[in-house]
Ligand binder design. Structure first.
Ligand SMILES: [Zn+2]
Length: 251
């Protein structure tokens, strides 16, 4: 990571700030990993920010990857102009982020973990310790398995080609995400919902059922006109958000 950062700095000039987005939880004060269930290797208790900071010669802040994506979409992407935003990223797992009053909202530390909302109390065990989290019930692997395909990309191609099993798999995942988002929308009354991550690239086959379920369930909130839009910044949104985060916080 430090090598990539140094190469980038060589092209664009010395950075004024830096941050690193991680797929999980970390201790911000010590810069060490706490819970990184989807990242291969031993990261719990391991210094992450420190070694990168030492190579770069400047402090490195840590931020969760989907909180970073949320910040990037808020400032520069599909959330631009909104002050209150709910973001969900569908990929290997399901991540989330919330912006309130035009700023990323972290609560007492890691607010935004929409993926660890229970969808099925008797569902598969999640890396967080709970059963049936959205993270497991609408993951790329869950959709692929539901569609009878090896990967979610194959499932998406089959759905685009009209395969009813694949279409139903994306619809089920979309409904699960929509149901969980309905809870977030009822709680927060955001101006916009942004859906990102690689799985969201499947498009309307997922987003259509997601919007329908959200509108069906979030009855008390003004959902009829609530925009539910795809993320705009693509695969590097997390890196863009990390850069923004580094500039916004004191590491
Ligand atoms: Zn979980």
């Amino acid at each position: 990571v430090a090598e990539v950062a140094l190469e980038t700095a060589a092209s664009f000039g010395r950075p004024a700030s830096a941050a690193l987005a991680l797929p999980g939880h970390f201790d911000a004060a010590s810069g060490t990993g706490v819970l990184l269930p989807n990242l291969p290797g031993e990261w719990v208790g391991r210094a992450i920010a420190g070694p990168v900071a030492a190579r770069l010669g400047l402090p490195v802040a840590l931020v969760n990857d989907v909180r970073a994506l949320t910040l990037a979409e808020l400032r520069l992407g599909a959330g631009r102009g909104a002050r209150d935003l709910v973001c969900v990223a569908l990929g290997t797992g399901v991540g989330g982020g919330v912006a309130i009053g035009g700023a990323l909202h972290l609560g007492t530390g890691h607010a935004g973990e929409i993926g660890h909302t229970t969808v099925d109390p008797d569902g598969p065990l999640c890396g967080c310790g709970n059963r049936g989290c959205l993270d497991r019930m609408a993951s790329a692997a869950a959709i692929a398995a539901d569609a009878g395909r090896a990967t979610v990309a194959e499932a998406a191609a089959a759905a685009q080609g009209g395969d009813p099993t694949a279409i139903a798999a994306f619809a089920r995942a979309g409904e699960r995400v929509g149901r969980v988002l309905a809870g977030a929308v009822v709680l927060l009354w955001p101006e916009r919902v942004v859906v990102g991550g690689g799985v969201a690239a499947a498009g309307e086959v997922l987003l259509g059922p997601l919007r329908a379920e959200l509108r069906r369930r979030a009855c008390v909130a003004p959902v009829a006109d609530l925009p539910v839009v795809p993320a705009q910044l693509g695969a590097h949104a997390g890196a863009v958000g990390a850069a923004l985060w580094g500039a916004e916080v004191e590491p």
